[in-house]
Design a protein around this ligand. Structure first.
Ligand SMILES: Cc1cc2nc3c(=O)[nH]c(=O)nc-3n(C[C@H](O)[C@H](O)[C@H](O)COP(=O)(O)OP(=O)(O)OC[C@H]3O[C@@H](n4cnc5c(N)ncnc54)[C@H](O)[C@@H]3O)c2cc1C
Length: 427
C-alpha cells in the first residue's frame, strides 16, 4: 500500500489477517479483486502466529487454501509427525509469501477503528496507523477481526457470550518451551495432540506444587524441538476491553512462569525445561458473533444440518472451555451433547444489518454452542475463502452479497480449488 495519506480505493478490504482474513484476502485477490489486508500485529496469521497456537484443527476435509497452507508447511518441514502441529515462525513466512505473491496490499501495524456508513453500506474505514489516521474505501468489506470490530463499528447487531449470563469462554496466553525430555516429546497422545495425557500432566504439575488455571494443561510437540504450552485460562475477562485484556495478559504471563518453574521440578530429566517465548497476543476464543442472514445453531450441530448454499462442512465437535473456574476449569459438555458433521451456509457469512459486509472466522453468525465448534482454524480458513470469493463477485457486479446467486459463489469456489490443485501437483 502506498505510504502517503491520500484515499485509496479497493474492490475489497479485509479487516484482520488471522486464518480467516488471510484466506479471504487470497481468495478475493485470486478472483480478480484489488485487495487491502489490514492487521494490527507484526505478522499475518492471527492466533496461528501472534497467538502461537501451533495446532490446526478441522483441516482434514478442507481443500483449497487450507490444503495449500498445510502443503507449504510440509515443504518447509514445519509440521510434526502429526501433520497439523506446526512451527509458528514457518507459518508467518508461508503466509507472507502467499499474500505477497497474490499481489495483496498488506498493511501491518494498523487497526480499523471506525467505519463510515451511508445508505446501509460501508463507504470507507478509518485506520489507526503509526503516521496517524488513514481512510480507505472499497466496494465490499470482510470482517475477519475475530471480535467483529468492523461490523460493530458499522452498527451491525451481534451476540456476545452465552445466552444465560453473557459470559464468554476464557482467554489463554500460549507459550513455547524448550528442554522437555525427548522421550516425553516423542509420545503420541491418545485422542489428543498433547504428548502427555492432560490429566496426567495436571497431576504432575500439582505434585510439584502448582495447579494451573486450565485444568486440562496441554503440551504439544512441535517440529522445531520445542513444545507449545497451553496451561492457563483467564476467566470472566472481556476480549473487547483493553483493561481486561491487560489484566488477563499480565496474570497469564505470571502463571506461565509459575507453570514452567513447576515443570522443572518434575522428576525424570525435566530440570532443563525453559521458557522460550510467550505469545505476542493473548488468545481470544470468543468475541462478537455478528448477526447474519442465517444463524448457525446447536440444533445444526446435533442434527448435522445440510444447506444448499453450504461453503464448508465442520467435523469438530463442541469445545466449550469453562467460562468460569467454578464450572471446572477444563472443557465442559454437561449435557453430553453428541455432534454430527454439519454445514456452514454462505448466508451465515453475510451481515444482516449492512449491505456490503461479509464476516469470516470466529465472528460469523451463530449461537454460543455452535461457535465453540466452528471457531477452529480449519473452518476459519474455509469461511474466509468463501467470503473472499463472494466479496470479489459482489464488488465486480456492484451488488450486495445478499443479492448474489449462491451458485455463482459455489461455482467459483470449485473453479479456484481445481486450479490450485492442478498448479500444485507437478507429479
Ligand atoms: C488459546 C486458544 C487455543 C485454541 N486452540 C485451537 C487449536 O488447537 N486449533 C484450532 O484450529 N483452533 C484453536 N482455537 C480457535 C482459533 O484459534 C480461533 O477461533 C481462530 O483463530 C479464528 O480465526 P480468525 O481468523 O477468525 O481469528 P483470529 O485468529 O483471532 O484473527 C483475528 C485477526 O484480526 C486482527 N484484528 C483484531 N481487531 C482488529 C481491528 N480492529 N482491525 C484490524 N484487525 C484486527 C487480530 O490482530 C487478528 O490477527 C484456539 C483459540 C485460542 C484462543
Amino acid at each position: 500500500m502506498p505510504s502517503d495519506s491520500s484515499l485509496f480505493d479497493y474492490d475489497v478490504i479485509v479487516g484482520g489477517a488471522g486464518p480467516a482474513g488471510v484466506a479471504a484476502a487470497l481468495a478475493a485477490s485470486r478472483a480478480g479483486a484489488s485487495v487491502a489486508l489490514i492487521e494490527p500485529q507484526n505478522a499475518l496469521g492471527g492466533v496461528w502466529t501472534s497467538g502461537l497456537l501451533s495446532l490446526i484443527l478441522d483441516a482434514g476435509n478442507k481443500p483449497g487454501i487450507m490444503e495449500e497452507i498445510r502443503e507449504a508447511l510440509i515443504t518447509r518441514s514445519a509440521v510434526a509427525d502429526h501433520r497439523d502441529l506446526y512451527d509458528a515462525e514457518a507459518m508467518k513466512i508461508v503466509l507472507d509469501e502467499l499474500c505477497e505473491t497474490a499481489g495483496i496490499d498488506i498493511l501491518l501495524h494498523s487497526k480499523i477503528s471506525e467505519a463510515v456508513v451511508c445508505d446501509g453500506s460501508i463507504t470507507e474505514v478509518i485506520l489507526e496507523c503509526k503516521e496517524g489516521r488513514r481512510h480507505i474505501s472499497a466496494g465490499c468489506f470482510i470482517d475477519c477481526t475475530g471480535d467483529g470490530d468492523l461490523a460493530a463499528r458499522a452498527g451491525c447487531g451481534f451476540d456476545l457470550g452465552r445466552e444465560k449470563d453473557g459470559l464468554t469462554q476464557p482467554l489463554t496466553l500460549m507459550a513455547l518451551v524448550a528442554g522437555v525430555p525427548e522421550n516425553i516429546r516423542q509420545q503420541k497422545g491418545k485422542g489428543t495432540a498433547s504428548c502427555l495425557p492432560k490429566l496426567a500432566f495436571l497431576d504432575m504439575l500439582c505434585e510439584c506444587g502448582y495447579e494451573p488455571s486450565y485444568r486440562h494443561p496441554s503440551l504439544f510437540p512441535l517440529p522445531n524441538g520445542l513444545c507449545a504450552l497451553m496451561a492457563n485460562h483467564q476467566y470472566e475477562c472481556s476480549a473487547l476491553n483493553s483493561a481486561d485484556l491487560t489484566k488477563a495478559t499480565l496474570q497469564a504471563r505470571r502463571e506461565i512462569h509459575q507453570t514452567v518453574d513447576a515443570m522443572r521440578r518434575i522428576p525424570g530429566g525435566w530440570d532443563q525445561v525453559r521458557l522460550v517465548s510467550t505469545a505476542a497476543h493473548i488468545g481470544i476464543r470468543e468475541g462478537r458473533r455478528i448477526h447474519g442472514e442465517y444463524r448457525v445453531t446447536l440444533e445444526d450441530v446435533i442434527t448435522g444440518a445440510r444447506h444448499p448454499d453450504a461453503i464448508a462442512r465442520c467435523t469438530f465437535g463442541l469445545d466449550i472451555h469453562s467460562p468460569s473456574l467454578k464450572e471446572g476449569g477444563a472443557i465442559s459438555n454437561p449435557d453430553n451433547v453428541q455432534s454430527l458433521p454439519y454445514d456452514i451456509p454462505l448466508r451465515a457469512l453475510i451481515a444482516r444489518d449492512c449491505d456490503n459486509l461479509l464476516m469470516a472466522g470466529r465472528c460469523i453468525s451463530g449461537d454460543f454452542d455452535a461457535h465453540s465448534s466452528y471457531r477452529v482454524t480449519g473452518n476459519a480458513v474455509a469461511t474466509g475463502e468463501a467470503a473472499g470469493i463472494a466479496a470479489a463477485l459482489a464488488a465486480h457486479q456492484k451488488s450486495s452479497p445478499k443479492a448474489l446467486p449462491f451458485m455463482d459463489v459455489l461455482d467459483r469456489l470449485e473453479t479456484l480449488r481445481i486450479r490450485e490443485v492442478k498448479t500444485r501437483s507437478p507429479e
